[in-house]
Design a protein around this ligand. Structure first.
Ligand SMILES: [Ca+2]
Length: 312
């Protein structure tokens, strides 16, 4: 606001100056006109300056407290093995928490989704294409992405997935949204990810939901042998563990439990709806929108089996 004040002083000084220098009326009508025009111009500049200051102030406040920023909850010394435990202990707000799965060597920062019954540890999120998911083995191993914003895109890390799911029986819930505003979901029981020594092999159980069973390929019995992701090892562009004679991860631009290659590619390229490409490398959930439609948002999250029963 200092510059606005300075301009204001300048305007007053010119007004005073106008009175003094024009003590002999009508002697210098041209000079009076010139000064009046100058005064008007300064007033306009002062208003513009004030508007600019207001805009900068708003921008600065937005940066300090972005709408998108989610809250980090510091729960102190007590250790929690997952978000279900955080929720059960009375923490009902969605946001970031520190947890330490039993076999994890260190605490990890995770997003706990306390909606849809609460207690969900989010393992993956796609919302706007701001993060690249075409990454190598090491990135997928430790995790990557935006773990600060409430709607940030990230992968929790395969080691963390293994630590979490080796603690007991977990269910996986996948929420999907398209660009027409429709929502679908898929839930799988007995979700488990093996350790790195077994290439983070995936196990999934029974499917329920309305998105179609893309992960086991059960939507079409003929597709199961090449499409099922159950029992598949994780592949990245630099580590090919798929059942394809070429490299699915490299062709489909994602790390995933590829078979030959997929009917779900939730770590694919963020295309915004219908797309054409050499391979089906978008964010695909085949039974819902086919291979040539890339979804708007994806959320993958896990919770211990029986959690809802224990809450009732
Ligand atoms: Ca291969």
């Amino acid at each position: 606001m200092e510059s606005f004040k300075m301009l204001h002083f300048l305007v007053i000084w010119i007004v005073l100056d106008l009175d003094l220098t024009n003590s002999a009326p009508d002697e210098c009508p041209l000079e009076r006109e010139r000064l009046q025009a100058q005064l008007k111009s300064l007033e306009v500049r002062a208003v513009k300056q004030q508007e600019m200051i207001q805009r900068l102030t708003n921008l600065s406040m937005q940066k300090q407290n972005p709408v998108n920023e989610s809250i980090f909850f510091d729960l102190g010394e007590r250790q929690y093995t997952d978000c279900a435990q955080v929720f059960s202990n009375g923490n009902k707000a969605s946001g970031f928490y520190l947890i330490k799965p039993m076999s994890s060597p260190a605490q990890i920062r995770v997003y706990c989704d306390m909606t849809e019954g609460g207690g969900w540890t989010v393992l993956q999120r796609r919302t706007d294409g701001s993060q690249s998911f075409d990454r190598d083995w090491k990135d997928y191993k430790v995790g990557f992405g935006d773990l600060k914003s409430a709607s940030g895109e990230f992968w929790i890390g395969n080691d963390n997935l293994h630590y979490l799911t080796s603690q007991g029986e977990y269910i996986l819930r996948i929420n999907l949204e398209d660009f027409e505003g429709s929502h679908r979901f898929a839930v799988y029981g007995k979700f488990k990810v093996d350790g790195e020594e077994n290439h983070y092999q995936l196990q999934i159980g029974r499917y329920t939901g309305n998105a179609g069973d893309a992960l086991s390929g059960n939507y079409n019995p003929g597709a199961q042998s090449w499409a099922s992701h159950h029992g598949m090892k994780f592949s990245t562009r630099d580590k090919d563990n798929d059942h394809y004679d070429r490299n699915c991860a490299r062709e489909d631009k994602a790390g995933w439990w590829f078979n030959k290659c997929h009917t779900a590619n939730l770590n694919g390229i963020y295309y915004k709806g219908p797309y054409s490409a050499v391979t089906d490398n978008g964010i695909v959930w085949y039974p819902w929108h086919g291979w040539w439609y890339s979804l708007k948002s994806v959320e993958m999250k896990i919770r211990p089996a029986g959690f809802e029963l224990s809450e009732d």
